[in-house]
Design a protein around this ligand. Sequence first.
Ligand code: GZL
Length: 333
Amino acid sequence: MRKQILSTLALVGVVALTAAGCSTDTADSDDVAAPGGGGGGGGDLITVGFAQTGAESGWRSANTESMNEAFSEENGFELVFNSADNDPAAQIAAVRSFINQGVDAIVIAPIVEDGWDDVLQEAQDAEIPVILEDRTVSASEDLYASWVGLDFELEGQMAGEWAAEQFTEPTNMVVLEGTTGSAPANDRAAGFDAAIEGTPIEKIDSQSGDFTRDGGKSVMEGFLQKHGADGIDLVYAHNDDMGLGAIEAIEAAGAVPGEDIKIITIDAVRDGMQALVDGKINYIVECNPLLGDAAAELVKAVLNGEEVAKTTIVEDQAFDQAAAEAALPDRTY
Ligand code: GZL
């Protein structure tokens, strides 16, 4: 399977260069419309059905904004947007609706990994290419044209390696898991668990907070009720929003987040980075949500019959408090 690794700058560079090429398409009335659409103003717009997970987190809002900006009319697209409110059945129904509408291409941020084979086969039978952005699926890669996303297992590994360095004494850890069955929840757990193998960090509890702030808060309240604040040394939250919810629960229980109970999260959205600067979170691994331009370039390339990489992984970085202080002023999400 062909794979492409893009750093954030490289990703922007690749897309900027390509986009510049696409934006000159509008100048020449002799442009031939791309199959399935104009691809840039000269012909008709490319109609794209986008099945988003929902609006569960700050990360998701940034991802949706990135997709809306990239799939704009001035970029040659008509975007048909569906937000599935974190309901996998509703998301599959939305994709079926896109197929029935006869869109030119479909982009999906799949809520969960499983259950996609049938509807992806239906899209393929209808000759509508599918691009996955953000999360991926367990279905055969033959059923989608390309996936642009993140290495969730590496994100978990980076978080676990920091924990292994920091916690050399017996440590009681609770985990706030992402949406059950989602690729980031599965892979961030696997990467972290492998990295702490053989360390004195013991996972005493683990439960899904569904990537939401409220979910993280209520699950953490349960953990505090069950184990007591003194019985928990570390929280590993699969995203910033659940970590921010845990901070509320820890403070309500009279303990000090980042000191009495350390917190590691993933995403590096603005609110999470601010909590890191404030010392309430101790370490954050980034997960870049700005995938819209790359997804738009993949749609145009696939509709133009070009060969594309099956997988494009956007590289992530990690932040301790000092790095967050330096980076926060320039963060765009
Ligand atoms: C990861 C993305 C996850 C984020 C969460 O790429 O799918 O979903 O980590 C978001 O914040 O809800």
